[in-house]
Design a binder for this molecule. Structure first.
Ligand SMILES: NC(=O)c1ccc[n+]([C@@H]2O[C@H](COP(=O)([O-])OP(=O)(O)OC[C@H]3O[C@@H](n4cnc5c(N)ncnc54)[C@H](O)[C@@H]3O)[C@@H](O)[C@H]2O)c1
Ligand SMILES: O=P(O)(O)OC[C@@H](O)[C@@H](O)[C@H](O)[C@H](O)CO
Length: 442
């Protein structure tokens, strides 16, 4: 079977809105993962198609070539498959105009970053790369230095609270406060569930397109991007593609991180312990949906100030609806990875806020107890569970996880009531497993 490429494109039913080379490069994207291909790339292609401009993307793979090589072999074309329970809707994208490898060609990436025609740099490099020591961050700093003051916005699209502020602190620590005169650091809230691609994804792409696509990604129908309008130069007309520009990203961000991502992580740890391979299967476990509804209503919702016009209750319902999508097959173990990097913004802030208000967040404590049990590396039936986390060694060596100050806010370790609650849940999970514990909930 033929491969997706410029040559085979004309014979397909599905064509991109723009093709590689139609527009000049105006965006560099760091982190050529699944999410970028199904989110920022789609918004940007639509923005160019509707609003014009030289906003094609030069995408940078930091170290692995596993996406880069197939993309190059396919003349930078790939497909996004939108999946719901009933059907697969394919769309071919052509918004990338260059693809580079940071580890193999750092000078090439630095030159792209230094190019004044590039006015936006987007990032999806995972939570753990936001460190002054990470190789991609060092390269970004070199590129910024080489720009000589040409204006640019660095737009983080990672699931971090105040992601733009976080990036700003890191950059300012390297380049000094004066860098903010030419560099903007808008915060953004990004949302679309995009599981890692599998052989099943490529088979679906082949069936839908009629050609082989080894860079295909699958995603849910929902997609959202809320962005702070802090761009020192111009930017793609993402609002024409549905992005929301606001000066109140923080309330969107907290809502999404605590509710969507908090419940996602809850399903990942409880589900993995119970042997559920995917998020939808975890949600379908007996007692799980009711437990997640209580987690949302009694623990998470009181810590949120919703963005204007948005109902927290309806948001919570929509989150559970999205997680029940059986076509996504999002692995619990994928969502569970890097827990030490994710739990602070997804769960620990909720617990801290409820404790400060004098409440005992019972369901949030159950989720934390589930993570603590997950870290010990055995599912309820004794099956080994992988611990994929940058702090894995410290987690394994810690006599008490709550003492890890790189993860837990001050006060957690000394909170006797919280400790007692965790202890109780830990014993219940140990004796009855996840399903037995959920079954005993009121
Ligand atoms: N997949 C989703 O549903 C989703 C949704 C919203 C936000 N996000 C954000 O996007 C990020 C990436 O998700 P993805 O689905 O593309 O994952 P992925 O595994 O497909 O890709 C991860 C990307 O991050 C890069 N990366 C990993 N560790 C790095 C490091 N130490 N330094 C530099 N780069 C590193 C990889 O090279 C790769 O390009 C997530 O961590 C999250 O913050 C993902
Ligand atoms: O991508 P991660 O590993 O940071 O988190 C896993 C998921 O919780 C996350 O990707 C969600 O699918 C996403 O945040 C939905 O917008």
């Amino acid at each position: 079977m033929e491969r997706l490429s410029r040559r085979t494109l004309d014979g397909l039913d599905h064509r991109p809105a723009i093709r590689p080379g139609d527009a000049g490069v105006g965006v560099v994207h760091l982190g050529l993962g699944a999410f970028h291909r199904a989110h920022q790339a789609v918004f940007t292609e639509d923005a160019i198609a509707k609003g014009g401009g030289d906003w094609a993307i030069a995408a940078v793979a930091p170290s692995s070539r596993s996406v880069l090589d197939p993309l190059i072999e396919q003349d930078l074309l790939y497909s996004v498959l939108t999946l719901d329970a009933e059907r697969v809707r394919p769309r071919v994208l052509g918004v990338h105009a260059a693809a580079l490898h940071a580890a193999g060609d750092p000078a090439g990436v630095e030159a792209r970053l230094a190019d004044p025609a590039v006015r936006v740099v987007t990032l999806t490099v995972t939570e753990k790369a936001y460190s002054r020591d990470s190789a991609i961050f060092r390269l970004l700093v070199r590129g910024l230095r080489a720009r000589g003051g040409a204006p640019v916005a660095l737009l983080s699209c990672d699931n971090l609270p105040s992601n733009g502020r976080r990036l700003r602190e890191l950059v300012v620590a390297e380049l000094g406060e004066s860098i903010v005169e030419s560099v903007g650091f808008p915060c953004s809230m990004v949302d679309r569930i995009v599981p890692a691609s599998t052989e099943g994804t490529y088979a679906m792409a082949q069936a839908a397109l009629g050609v082989v696509d080894r860079a295909a990604v699958a995603a849910e129908p929902f997609s959202q991007w809320v962005i702070e309008d802090d761009f020192p130069a111009d930017r793609p007309a993402w609002e024409l593609a549905g992005a929301i520009f606001t000066d109140d990203v923080a309330s969107w961000e907290r809502l999404k991180l605590r509710m969507l991502n908090g419940v996602h992580s809850a399903l990942a740890y409880l589900g993995a312990l119970a042997g559920a391979p995917t998020i939808d299967r975890a949600l379908a476990l007996p007692g799980m949906r009711a437990a997640m509804e209580s987690f949302i209503r009694t623990d998470i919702a009181p810590t949120l100030r919703p963005p204007e016009g948005l109902s927290i209750q309806r948001y919570g319902e929509s989150v559970l609806e999205r997680f029940s999508n059986p076509a996504l097959r999002h692995r619990t173990l994928q969502v569970a990875m890097d827990g030490t990097q994710k739990l602070p913004q997804r769960l620990l802030g909720t617990i801290a806020d409820r404790r400060a208000a004098g409440a005992t967040p019972r369901y949030a404590a159950l989720v934390l107890a589930a993570w603590m049990r997950f870290v010990r590396g055995r599912a309820d039936d004794g099956t080994p569970l992988p611990l994929d986390d940058p702090l894995a060694d410290r987690l394994r060596a810690a006599p008490s996880l709550l003492e890890l100050d790189a993860v837990f806010p001050p006060g957690f370790a000394d909170d006797a009531e919280l400790r007692a609650e965790l202890d109780e849940w830990g014993k219940a999970l140990q004796r009855h497993g996840v399903v037995g514990t959920l079954g005993a909930l009121p």
